[in-house]
Design a protein around this ligand. Structure first.
Ligand SMILES: *Cc1c(COP(=O)(O)O)cnc(C)c1O
Length: 402
């Protein structure tokens, strides 16, 4: 398979409008500068790009198809297409990012990666890439999450990674990010920090978008083929940190398609228990970037809350904050209940069980068909991952296995 040319580099020190930047301790700046320079040179190096493309195809299973959903389309009065990241090796778009960063780790002559993880999805992806490349791997995970996600902890260990429980703060994802950054400071010479979404200090938001833009670039071409040189009217993706959405949007930002990010509405935006950092966040500087974060009146970062672990982050990548500010993309939310319904809807109409994260995107489209989405519209939804990982949890919530 062949990659499309690189996308635009952010201006200055990773600026996306008033968002982004590089807010890092002095001790990390040399590593971030090295990473920025190495990524820039690698990304314009045909040999690196060819090796990345070959891995995406032979190991990750790309290109992934775009599937037209005839029964769901009929039911909703729309024309619905799915970009099938659920069909990749390990079952989500996260593989695109970790393979790129693992290649870069080797190019920098480093032999070890560290990563943060919430529920364990990015930890498992990083451990997968580390096993493939023979890199040492340490994953920082909130102690609460280690308890909750025993199976993923086991998987990471199976793949050869060490899992370090983080006890500080609320012992969840945001604390794991802090700890991973601290650990990186102490080991930058030998170690690359494999960050899991299009967030953090420059160059991560740019680099992760570039490693995920294969999703949008492929989908753009596939839609043109299916739709006869036309683009979808609406392009929809779920937003946690924002990597599958920004990779999808990258392929369509120069078209007239409406770009829609769907955030975790949790128990409802009014309840305060949600993960809608674009809709309800305020600007702040956290985890090395200026972006939008859920914060209390003292500027302390709040816990996010969502039925889906992958959307359970209280901030969002800076490019989304910019796309929201300029109005080029819109951001909406679907609640836990709506996502559960979306999960069931796609399974029953198309025989495809989505992960709970993209079930939010399905749910928003189902809710807004004939309302915010005019009847007859063509809608591309990125199915960022498959639902196997969520089946037991959903079965329990729907009243048990029977
Ligand atoms: C991790 C994950 C997400 C959320 O991460 P983004 O960086 O926002 O893409 C979404 N879907 C799936 C399946 C995931 O595993």
């Amino acid at each position: 398979m062949q990659l499309e040319p690189p996308g635009p580099e952010p201006v200055g020190l990773g600026r996306f409008g008033e968002f982004g930047g590089r807010y890092a301790p002095e001790t990390l700046v040399p590593a971030l500068v090295q990473l920025e320079q190495e990524f820039r040179s690698a990304w314009s190096d045909e040999a690196f790009r060819a090796e990345y493309a070959a891995l995406l195809s032979s190991y990750a299973g790309r290109p992934t198809p775009v599937t037209e959903c005839h029964r769901l389309s009929g039911q909703l009065g729309l024309r619905i297409l799915l970009k099938r990241e659920d069909l990749t090796h390990t079952g989500s778009h996260k593989i695109n990012n970790v393979l790129g960063q693992a290649l870069l780790t080797r190019r920098m002559g480093k032999m070890r990666v560290i990563a943060e993880t919430g529920a364990g999805q990015h930890g498992v992806a990083t451990a997968t890439a580390a096993a493939l490349f023979g890199l040492g791997c340490v994953v920082y995970m909130g102690a609460v999450d280690v308890e909750r996600q025993a199976l993923n902890v086991w998987r990471m260990k199976l793949l050869g990674a060490e899992v370090v429980p983080v006890e500080s703060g609320s012992a969840t994802l945001k604390d794991a990010v802090n700890e991973a950054m601290r650990a990186w400071v102490a080991s930058v010479e030998s170690t690359h920090y494999c960050l899991g979404s299009a967030m953090g200090p420059h160059p991560f938001p740019w680099m992760v978008r570039e490693f995920q833009r294969v999703v949008g670039d492929e989908a753009y071409r596939q839609c043109r083929e299916i739709l006869g040189d036309a683009d979808p009217d609406v392009v929809v993706a779920c937003v946690g940190g924002g990597s599958n959405a920004i990779g999808t949007f990258a392929g369509f930002v120069d078209t007239n398609a409406r770009l829609v990010g769907v955030e975790a509405g949790g128990q409802g935006l009014e309840s305060g228990h949600h993960g809608a950092a674009v809709m309800r966040g305020v600007p702040g500087i956290v985890h090395g970037m200026r972006s939008l974060f859920l914060q209390d009146e003292f500027g302390q970062v709040l816990e996010a809350s969502s039925i889906s672990a992958g959307l359970d982050y209280p901030g969002v990548g800076p490019e989304h904050a910019m796309l929201a500010a300029t109005g080029r993309a819109e951001y909406h939310a679907a609640t836990d209940q709506e996502a559960l319904a979306g999960f069931q809807l796609l399974a029953a109409t198309e025989g495809i069980v989505p992960a709970l994260e993209p079930a939010h995107a399905i749910a928003w489209v189902a809710r807004e068909a004939g309302h915010a989405i005019p009847a007859g519209s063509t809608v591309l939804i990125t199915l960022s991952g498959r639902g196997d990982k969520d089946a037991a949890q959903v079965a329990e919530m729907l009243g048990g296995l029977e």
